[in-house]
Design a protein around this ligand. Structure first.
Ligand SMILES: [Zn+2]
Length: 450
């Protein structure tokens, strides 16, 4: 669904360039791309003189930024959007045990995963996401669930980290099968072109309330051996720390620390209900965290102490959870929710939000050596956002303007590894009607069986 052969040398012109949220945006810049990488950045006039042979794309009227990193998503979740929950139990454990697990996760099959990933890729490209982390929760779709999803992602040309959430809640054997799915996928991504060089894997277990200590240690050891991340959902609401206190006499993060698994492999998503002591541990261990402000609201989980974790030294990436999947909604959620919680309009400046959405998302996924900022040598993963705004755009207000008053429809173009996936507001080679029809059919089967 991408351009088959992108030109060897491309020169993009823009009105504003955000190389990184940590740097002041620069006006009237050009970006030279050679193959899949950025080769040079500079003033438009000088760059046009220097690179006369490059294929020109004039994006003046737009800001170019590193592409968004959706650092936590469940693409299968699109099939459950709007599913009737009025008869589902309100209590967290009963909701999982009597509704979500049995009626959604356990019933997912390969065709459903394929349809959900297809629409999700379209949707991500549309809203400017160039890299995403997906956590598949479907114990009866293994072996092979990750490979089915990967084929779809490779076809669209997005950059993705895919993992399977191994859990012992079904059985120990199913848990082991989940770990093996991750090992095989990580090795396939590294070993060859079985999937795509844009794809990678991660180790993953569910939580302290569905996995034994032995199982968690095993997942961690496998991640270390493979040099991969270990992802887990952590204290998404009050349930997990309460259970950990009852079972171990300490809270979730304290328990993980006791197990000795908080290190360079750790990618803890959610981290909503943390005590000040847990925030300190998260910072001291320098672990990777992802935050999903809107889905935390949906499940009544609370508001994660994101400014506190960042101050303590954690890397925090921003995700959608695949819930309100438009990334601009997550940007606005992250921008506003901490101001309200801390009664402080300065609690979360626009540059911090943009940083979480790009460079820190890349760091959270251990990919900051190749993506997250725009500089010579980095992968050409970037987006152009239309700046047709009713008020002046300045270096000082650019990020605020983009977060608050732009949306997926304003994303003019999207490039991953030097290939255009969206141009002139159109996702390339996408048959939207067919994608929606495929998702509707899969959702009807899922809901029908539910
Ligand atoms: Zn999640």
């Amino acid at each position: 669904m991408t351009q088959d052969h992108p030109p060897a040398r491309q020169l993009l012109l823009c009105s504003w360039l955000i190389t990184s949220a940590a740097e002041t945006p620069r006006p009237n810049q050009a970006v030279l791309i050679e193959g899949d990488r950025i080769a040079d950045i500079g003033e438009i006039e000088a760059m046009q003189m220097r690179y006369r042979d490059a294929v020109l794309t004039d994006l003046r009227g737009c800001a170019i930024s590193p592409g968004f990193v959706d650092a936590h998503r469940h693409c299968y979740g699109v099939l459950a959007h709007g599913i009737p929950t009025e008869n589902a139990p309100a209590d967290f454990w009963a909701f999982l045990n009597e509704f979500w697990w049995g009626k959604i996760e356990d019933r997912l099959d390969h065709d459903m995963l394929r349809a959900a990933m297809d629409l999700s890729c379209y949707d991500m490209i549309r809203s400017g996401i160039t890299t995403f982390f997906d956590c598949l929760e479907a114990p009866n779709a293994i072996p092979g669930g990750l490979f089915v999803q990967a084929e779809v992602v490779a076809r669209w040309g997005l950059r993705g980290v895919l993992c399977f959430e191994a859990t012992e809640r079904v059985s120990r054997e199913n848990g082991e099968l989940g770990l093996r799915e991750n090992v095989e996928f990580i090795e396939a991504c590294r070993g060859s072109n079985v999937v795509s060089r844009l794809l990678g894997g991660a180790m993953c277990h569910h939580t302290t309330f569905t996995c034994s200590d032995d199982f968690i240690r095993k997942a961690h050891d496998l991640a270390r051996q493979l040099g991969a991340l270990l992802h887990f959902h952590c204290s998404e609401g009050t349930y997990e720390p309460e259970q950990a206190l009852k079972k171990y006499g300490r809270r979730t993060i304290e328990h993980y620390d006791d197990l000795g698994i908080l290190d360079e492999t750790t990618l803890a998503s959610q981290c909503v209900q943390l005590s000040p002591d847990e925030v300190r541990i998260v910072g001291e261990r320098g672990i990777r965290v992802t935050t999903m402000p809107l889905s935390n609201c949906e499940v009544g989980g609370g508001i994660a102490p994101v400014p506190e974790m960042r101050r303590a030294g954690a890397t925090v990436g921003l995700g959608t959870d695949g819930y309100v999947a438009n990334f601009f909604a997550s940007l606005r959620g992250a921008f506003l929710i901490h101001k309200a919680r801390l009664l402080d309009p300065g609690a979360m400046p626009a540059r911090d939000v943009w940083q979480m959405a790009t460079a820190d998302g890349a760091r959270a996924l251990a990919m900051d050596d190749i993506i997250g900022t725009l500089a010579a040598g980095k992968q050409a993963d970037l987006i152009a956002i239309d700046l047709d705004l009713p008020t002046p755009v300045t270096a000082h207000n650019l990020l605020d303007q983009l977060i608050l008053w732009r949306d997926a429809v304003d994303v003019h173009s999207v490039m991953v590894a030097g290939r255009w996936l969206k141009r002139d507001y159109l996702v390339l080679n996408a048959d939207f009607e067919a994608l929606v029809a495929g998702t509707r059919e899969a959702a009807a089967r899922l809901w029908g069986r539910a």
